[in-house]
Design a binder for this molecule. Structure first.
Ligand code: FDA
Length: 390
């Protein structure tokens, strides 16, 4: 005998809980099956424990996907302001940190509590510690776990991506999608630190140094902080750029984005006795200034340096090219790029076009946000799109 539901949501994370709550509140009988012993574990560790729960400026341009138009509909129908209104309805105090990023003043637990309260309002049953053994489909969806068999008209894949396997993340969503004949765009780690080798290991010696830069990779260009680490490059600017980076590609850093025009030549005119090293030390953390000065190898006073050499140095500082030899992989990636192909899904409902009743939402889908609350906004928006349609 199976327990019967209108919908079973696999995964009690951000997208799954939001989806279940919406459907439950519309009168659907919904079951959430979560493998971990508690729901929303990634929410709890997010934003340094304060959950960067949305970005007030979130729009389709802040997402990567094989189809950049796919996210438009869901993001337009459930916006950052909609989620903020929910946060305020629960009396959760929040603040904007920077660049539209909204965080809880208190703790990420408040967001998990909000989602569970919303689920309770919709009489959603949330079962944790459920290991999914088999999913079959004979008109209805049947899910077998070690505790029993569950049956529903609709099944929602909300088990996220494989980033941070230490927390139990796997490619389960992709295996299940493939079982139903859905294509999967090759997943790769994103929002991830990049590693340096060869001559560039020198920069690993300044581990812990950070500076505001503009980092670019492919079509991504991000004015934020870069951080040198004992393995290579990190910090928000690099994490953002990593989503646009493919193995073999360069990453370009403008170390002095605030400086304009022929600023080094102006320095030469104003301070002919100064050196490149002393000038860089004025503008950058000393250890970084020194390593750049070593590499540029212009040690004499400005007055003795030809203009063309200073122009070349300025150009190099504005477009310093690193050649990362890899990334720190899924173990350190905040999110996964790729996933269940958007071509398989309705952008309005997240339902699989070829398998009625099957839905996929959240990080499992080939839609990935920038750093800064965009990924949760996609989880909420795609969860609502499916939850309102189940
Ligand atoms: P999510 O991973 O949240 O949930 C999937 C759920 O499915 C999990 O609870 C998992 O246990 C469960 N599951 C997996 N396999 C299963 C199976 N076989 N059976 C049953 N259940 C299964 N984003 C953001 O916008 N702001 C932020 O501040 C941060 N911060 C952040 C920090 C860190 C360290 C990480 C790793 C990630 C972030 N993110 C973030 C990204 C954000 O956490 C992520 O995009 C969302 O959690 C995705 O929501 P989903 O519900 O799709 O997956």
């Amino acid at each position: 005998m199976s327990d019967r539901y209108d919908a079973i949501v696999l995964g009690g994370g951000a997208a799954g809980l939001m989806c279940a709550a919406r459907a439950g509140q519309r009168g659907k009988r919904v079951l959430v099956l979560e493998r971990a012993t508690r729901p929303g574990k990634k929410i709890l560790i997010s934003g340094g424990g304060r959950c960067n729960f949305t970005n007030i400026g979130a729009g389709p341009a802040n997402y990567l996907s094989s189809n950049p138009h796919f996210a438009k509909s869901a993001l337009a129908r459930y916006t950052a302001r909609d989620f903020l209104a929910l946060v305020e309805r629960y009396g959760i105090d929040w603040h904007e940190k920077t660049l539209g990023q909204l965080f809880c003043d208190g703790s990420a637990q408040q967001i998990v509590d909000l989602l569970l309260a919303e689920c309770a309002n919709g009489d959603v049953e949330v079962r944790c510690g459920e290991e999914i053994e088999e999913v079959t489909h004979d008109g209805r969806f049947n899910v077998a776990t070690q505790t029993g068999n569950y049956e529903a008209d609709a099944l929602v894949i909300a088990t996220g991506g494989p980033s941070i396997p230490k927390m139990g993340a796997t490619g389960f969503a992709y295996d299940l999608a493939r079982q139903f004949g859905l294509k999967v765009v090759e997943p790769r780690p994103a929002l991830v630190p990049l590693t340096l080798g060869g001559e560039e290991v020198l920069f690993r010696e300044i581990s812990g140094v950070s500076a505001p830069v503009v980092a670019s990779a492919g079509k991504g260009r991000f004015p934020e902080a870069a951080l040198f680490t004992h393995r290579g490059l990190s910090g928000p600017a690099i994490l953002q750029a990593s989503s646009y980076w493919y193995p073999g590609d360069p990453v370009t850093i403008d170390f002095l984005p605030e400086q304009e025009g022929d600023w080094l030549l102006e320095r030469k005119r104003e301070q002919p006795r100064a050196t490149l090293r002393s000038t860089l030390r004025d503008l950058l953390p000393q250890r970084l200034a020194d390593i750049l000065a070593d590499k540029l190898a212009i040690e004499t006073e400005f007055g003795n340096v030809p203009d063309k050499d200073l122009r070349a140095a300025q150009e190099r500082l504005a477009r310093w090219t690193f050649h990362p030899n890899g990334s720190e992989g899924f173990a350190k990636a905040e999110v996964t790029i790729g996933g269940i192909a958007t071509a398989e899904l309705s952008s309005k409902t997240m339902e699989a076009k070829r398998v009625p009743g099957l839905y996929a939402i959240g990080e499992a889908v080939d839609v990935t946000g920038w750093l800064g609350g965009y990924n949760f906004q996609w989880a909420w928006a795609s969860g609502v799109a499916a939850g309102d349609s189940l």
